[in-house]
Design a protein around this ligand. Structure first.
Ligand SMILES: Cc1ncc(COP(=O)(O)O)c(C=O)c1O
Length: 358
């Protein structure tokens, strides 16, 4: 750093956000858990109809909040809309925690969490995942101290794809004091086909310290418009709203989200196709000897240990951009149908690189 300006040291020390790189022509970008399908016509029409872009949007996205509230049996005040759920995570953390406080979360999990905790000024408390790559809920509950203000739980977990069981989550909620905010990040919930997986929404009435986060970026394919939502106690969400940047959700994004809810059956049919593709890829990889945990999301986790960087580079050269987390593993997003067979061919020639002990 050459600037003479004095910065907050914890911010200056943070690595800059790294975006998944673009694929070469003819290649596939499987590094950001995006939806490979283009928007449906109804959604594009709703976007095109938003011509009054010389005006600020409705600050609370009231029409979408009403719509989501009706869908989940909640008041519109129990819904907060943000410029992506990543924005809402940040707002909720900022509302609850600052210097001297602790935020507990599983690790490895969503890359944004440690950066967001640092921005609040609070201390990160990372709880390692279990050996089967699932989140250690008992460990998360045990890590709560009198300084803890927030615990984050991610299900399905990015990047390992594992889900949290409802029974385990209820035990966890019983162990966490009601003064501690629990953020249940369900960004990939629509890809989950496991009956035992927790669904946070019906639990909101029982746990006033629980907030559920959902997004239109993944299953609904609106990543480029930046829109997500939080569900929970109205006062908590009002505080989180105060901690956010006003007017950051555009009218275009709100209209696209409402239009997506109108065409939900078509969008969910696409989600079903993606999950079939995911399971086919998982079976292909497992048959080759890759120790891939079962995924309930739109990506797979390959624990590749010390060979992670080498395998990621080899896949990149073969035309597949994946996300590497050396020295733990790599995450492959489920993309276009045409990507699957070639990917399975490429991995067949790379499986010998797996370290003997993972
Ligand atoms: C676990 C998890 N939560 C939240 C997000 C944020 O999604 P968005 O801000 O696009 O809604 C992501 C995106 O990758 C994610 O993986």
């Amino acid at each position: 750093m050459t600037s003479p300006v004095v910065l907050r040291p914890e911010i200056a020390a943070l690595p800059a956000y790294r975006q998944g790189r673009q694929a070469a022509p003819g290649g596939f970008k499987l590094s950001s858990n995006e939806n490979p399908y283009e928007p449906l016509p109804g959604v594009l029409e709703a976007v095109a109809a938003q011509t009054a872009i010389n005006r600020y949007p409705d600050a609370t996205a009231a029409a979408l909040r009403e719509r989501l509230g009706a869908r989940y049996g909640l008041d519109a005040e129990q819904v907060l809309v943000g410029a992506g759920s990543v924005s809402l995570l940040q707002q909720l953390m900022l509302a609850a925690a600052g210097h001297g406080d602790e935020i507990v979360y599983p690790w490895r999990s969503f890359e944004a969490y440690p950066l967001q905790v640092a921005i609040t000024g609070a201390t990160s408390v990372q709880v390692p995942n279990l050996t089967d790559h699932s989140i250690d809920l008992d460990g998360l509950a045990a890590a709560v101290t009198e300084r803890t203000r927030v615990v984050v739980v991610c299900t399905p977990n990015n990047p390992t794809g594992t889900v949290v069981d409802e029974a385990a989550f209820l035990r966890f909620m019983a162990a966490v004091p009601p003064t501690v905010l629990v953020l249940l990040d369900e960004a990939y919930a629509e890809f989950t086909d496991r009956a035992e997986a927790v669904d946070g929404v019906p639990l909101l009435a029982r746990f006033p310290n629980l907030v559920v986060l959902r997004t239109f970026s993944k299953a609904y394919g609106l990543a480029g418009l930046r829109i997500g939502y939080a569900l929970g106690d109205a006062d908590l969400l009002a505080a989180a709203r105060t901690a956010g940047i006003p007017l950051s959700v555009t009218a275009v994004a709100e209209a696209a989200a409402i239009a997506s809810l109108e065409v939900e059956p078509e969008l969910l049919a696409r989600v079903a196709e993606i999950t079939v593709r995911r399971d086919r890829l998982q079976q292909g990889l497992a048959a080759q000897g890759w120790p891939v945990p079962r995924s309930s999301a739109n990506f797979l986790w390959l624990p590749t240990g010390a060979a992670t960087a080498e395998i990621a580079v080899a896949l990149l050269e073969a035309g597949y951009v994946v996300r590497a987390f050396p020295p733990e593993g790599l995450r492959i997003s489920i993309g276009e149908a045409e990507s699957v067979d070639g990917l399975v061919q490429s991995t067949a020639s790379l499986v010998h690189l797996l370290p003997a002990a993972l």
